[in-house]
Design a protein around this ligand. Structure first.
Ligand code: DGY
Length: 327
């Protein structure tokens, strides 16, 4: 008998085929996330669950799935899962690190460049029929080359962004609670205290996990420290930024611009105050959204799931101690 699993959204085909070859899988085929009651009613006898960052997997839900052995999250971030509850129940949780690093760093740079050079505003001007002539003062932006980039969180994606910034001739400073001496030497990036990074950077880009410590890491006090010309980029998690403080900072000219791939909440309602401003770009959480990367993430999630079902250590465990304990 194949192990039963529930998948909360259709994944790219190669991953669906791989999962179906090993499992008796049920999949939610809606475009929007399955309602909680739907997940609950489908997991009572499953051994495996493939979840997305839009699914809140908490202790209560886990208790509805007494046979659950493995949760394979189709994302590198796992703030949607109560890790303590999973570990307590001996459920292995795995994620999809690495394969989306370069794609996410590409998109971070796309946002940074778009904000610096006002690409989205320019497009709106053209579409609105307001492009009358070439003009010395039209849509002046900021130079990226030679500017100081402050990276908050020098993990895999932070490092990949630093490599790109190096190619653009930027001065790179970073803050991370764990100092990365080797990367400092390899890439010529400089460790800086958090407040100093905020006050020295022309661009600040966020690459931390969302934890209780990083929730609203950037708020009113931090905007006070930033340059008035600063451009803020966030491709990590929305709640790392205090959105209303950001709104006030952008509206009042405390900082110049923000380019966000992630927001709090998601989706950002169309009547959110941030969307009344011209100096903000908001993308719908698509930094990892390339055909190749989403397929790699899905295959990785499939392999993590299958390993967990076999009682083996998945390649990308978040709480490996659960597997060791089961043995
Ligand atoms: C992740 O994986 O955590 C991203 O936010 C989506 O790819």
């Amino acid at each position: 008998m194949k192990p039963r699993v529930y998948i909360t959204r259709m994944l790219p085909k190669p991953a669906m085929e791989r999962i179906n070859s090993f499992c008796d899988a049920k999949t939610w085929d809606g475009e929007l996330p399955p309602p909680r009651e739907v997940i609950t009613s489908n997991i009572s006898d499953v051994e495996g669950l493939v979840s997305l960052l839009t699914d809140k997997i908490d202790a209560d839900l886990m208790d509805k799935a007494p046979k659950l052995k493995v949760i394979s999250n189709y994302a590198v971030g796992f703030d949607n899962i109560d890790m303590e509850a999973a570990t307590k129940r001996g459920i292995i949780v795995a994620n999809t690190p690495g394969v989306l690093t370069e794609t996410t760093a590409d998109f971070t740079f796309a946002l940074l460049m778009s904000a610096a050079r006002r690409v989205v505003e320019g497009d709106k001007v053209v579409r609105a029929g307001k492009w009358k002539t070439w003009g010395p003062m039209i849509l002046l932006g900021q130079d990226v080359h030679g500017a100081t980039l402050g990276i908050v969180g020098l993990g895999r994606i932070g490092v990949a962004v630093a490599r790109r910034a190096k190619g653009f001739g930027m001065r790179i400073i970073y803050y991370d609670p764990n100092r990365q001496k080797q990367t400092e030497e390899e890439l010529g990036v400089q460790y800086t205290e958090f407040d100093k990074l905020l006050s020295e950077s022309d661009f600040v880009t966020l690459h931390t996990n969302l934890t209780p410590e990083t929730h609203h890491l950037i708020g009113a006090r931090q905007f006070e420290l930033m340059k008035k010309t600063c451009i803020l980029v966030n491709t990590s998690r929305g709640p790392i930024l205090d959105n209303m403080a950001l709104y006030h900072a952008l509206r009042d000219g405390r900082i110049a611009y923000a380019a966000l791939d992630v927001t709090e909440p998601e989706p950002l309602p169309p009547d959110h105050p941030l969307l009344t401003l011209d100096n903000v770009i908001v993308a719908p959480h698509i930094a990892s959204a390339s055909v190749a990367t989403r397929t790699k993430m899905a295959l990785m999630a499939a392999e993590n799931l299958i390993a967990g079902l076999k009682g083996e250590m998945p390649a990308n465990p978040i709480n490996p101690e659960t597997v060791k304990r089961a043995r």
